[in-house]
Design a binder for this molecule. Structure first.
Ligand SMILES: [Zn+2]
Length: 66
């Protein structure tokens, strides 16, 4: 089990996007890592690099809007 998964399980009352860690390469404000951040586009929490400001789905333009 990776660190990000353990950290996310401790915070399991919070819904986090990509909480098992998205491994896509750095792009458009996204970068993979082990920190919990909040996306500036969709305002959801995700696991990524300490300096990442966008979740991977927003950075790659693949986020589905309900
Ligand atoms: Zn997002």
């Amino acid at each position: 089990m990776c660190y990000a998964t353990e950290q996310a399980e401790k915070l399991n009352k919070i819904e986090i996007r990509n909480w098992n860690g998205d491994k896509r390469p750095k792009l458009n404000g996204w970068a993979p890592g082990n920190y919990i951040s909040r996306c500036f586009i969709c305002d959801e929490q995700f696991i990524g690099d300490k300096g990442a400001i966008h979740c991977a789905d927003c950075a790659y333009g693949t986020k589905e809007h309900p």
